[in-house]
Write a new protein. Structure first.
Length: 176
C-alpha cells in the first residue's frame, strides 16, 4: 500500500525542481545559446558545421567553456575566437564574456571557481603539506635507525658498490 504523503503530482515535482532556478539565469542561458548559434554560424566556411559540432557547457568568471566532438573544431574555434568574442560581447554584453575555453567531448574538464592566483596558492599549499609529510617520514626513519630497532638493512659491500656505480652512470651525461 502506498502512503498518500509519498506520492506527489508531476506538476508539484516540476515546480520543486525549478523553484530554485532564477528566471534571469534561464533567460540569459537561452539568449546565450541563441547568440552563440547566430555568431558562430557566421564564421567563414565553417559556421553551420561549427554550431552542429559545439555545445556550450559552462560560463564562469567571464570564461565560456565550449565542448566539441573533434580537436579540429577546437582549432577552428581558436582561430576565430576574437570574432566570436566580439559577436558575443555585442549581443549579450551583460554576461561579460572575456574568453573562451575548449574541451573535447568525453573529458571531464570544467572551469574552476577559483582565480588563477588562488589555484596557484592552493597547489603550493598542497605541495608544501606533501613535502612536510615526507620530511616527517624521513625523520621517523632516521630516529628508528639511530635507535637500532628495525632500521634499514645494510647492503653487502659488493652490491652497494655496484649500485653506487649505477647511480653515478645515471647521473652523468656521458655517452659510451
Amino acid at each position: 500500500m502506498i502512503n498518500d504523503q509519498s506520492v506527489i503530482t508531476a506538476a508539484d515535482m516540476i515546480t520543486q525542481v525549478f523553484s530554485n532556478i532564477d528566471k534571469c539565469d534561464v533567460e540569459n542561458s537561452s539568449r546565450l545559446l541563441g547568440t552563440w548559434k547566430s555568431v558562430v554560424s557566421k564564421v567563414h566556411k565553417y559556421g553551420e558545421k561549427l554550431t552542429a559540432h559545439t555545445e556550450l557547457i559552462e560560463l564562469k568568471n567571464g570564461i565560456l567553456l565550449v565542448e566539441t566532438d573533434h580537436p579540429g573544431w577546437i582549432q577552428i574555434l581558436q582561430l576565430y575566437s576574437k570574432f566570436i568574442l566580439t559577436g558575443l560581447e555585442r549581443a549579450v554584453p551583460e554576461l561579460k564574456i572575456t574568453s573562451l575555453a575548449f574541451r573535447l567531448k568525453g573529458s571531464d574538464f570544467s572551469l574552476c571557481a577559483k582565480t588563477y592566483d588562488e589555484q596557484i596558492q592552493e597547489d603550493r599549499r598542497k605541495l608544501s603539506e606533501k613535502l612536510e609529510a615526507q620530511d616527517r617520514q624521513v625523520e621517523i626513519h632516521e630516529k628508528t635507525a639511530e635507535k637500532g630497532s628495525s632500521g634499514p638493512v645494510e647492503l653487502p659491500p659488493e652490491l652497494k658498490a655496484r649500485l653506487d656505480d649505477l647511480k653515478k652512470s645515471m647521473l652523468t651525461n656521458s655517452s659510451k
